[in-house]
Design a protein around this ligand. Structure first.
Ligand SMILES: [Zn+2]
Length: 87
C-alpha cells in the first residue's frame, strides 16, 4: 500500500511537470476547476486530467492535459521561430 502511494505521488509529480505551462503563452499562472480525476495505476499512460484551466496572463482556456512542459514550450518557440524565419 505504501509503495502504491509512492508510485502515485511520483506519477503526479511528473504529470504536473509535463503539464505545467499554458500551451499558448507558456505562463504557469492559471485558474483551474478542481475535479478529481481518478488515476488507474494499471493504465497510467491513459491518464488525462481534464480540469478546465484558464491562463491568467493571456486568457487562453484549455484542459490541464493540454498544458505543456517547459521543454515542449522551448521546442515550440524554436519551431515557430523557424516557421516564420525570425532572427
Ligand atoms: Zn497563456
Amino acid at each position: 500500500m505504501k509503495m502504491e502511494n509512492n508510485e502515485y505521488d511520483l506519477f503526479m509529480l511528473n504529470y504536473n511537470e509535463q503539464h505545467k505551462l499554458c500551451p499558448n503563452c507558456g505562463s504557469v499562472k492559471h485558474t483551474t476547476s478542481l475535479l478529481n480525476e481518478v488515476l488507474d495505476m494499471d493504465n497510467k499512460h491513459e491518464y488525462e486530467d481534464l480540469n478546465k484551466c484558464e491562463c491568467v496572463d493571456c486568457g487562453h482556456v484549455h484542459t490541464r492535459h493540454d498544458r505543456i512542459s517547459k521543454k515542449s514550450f522551448a521546442n515550440l518557440k524554436i519551431k515557430i521561430k523557424k516557421m516564420f524565419n525570425f532572427k
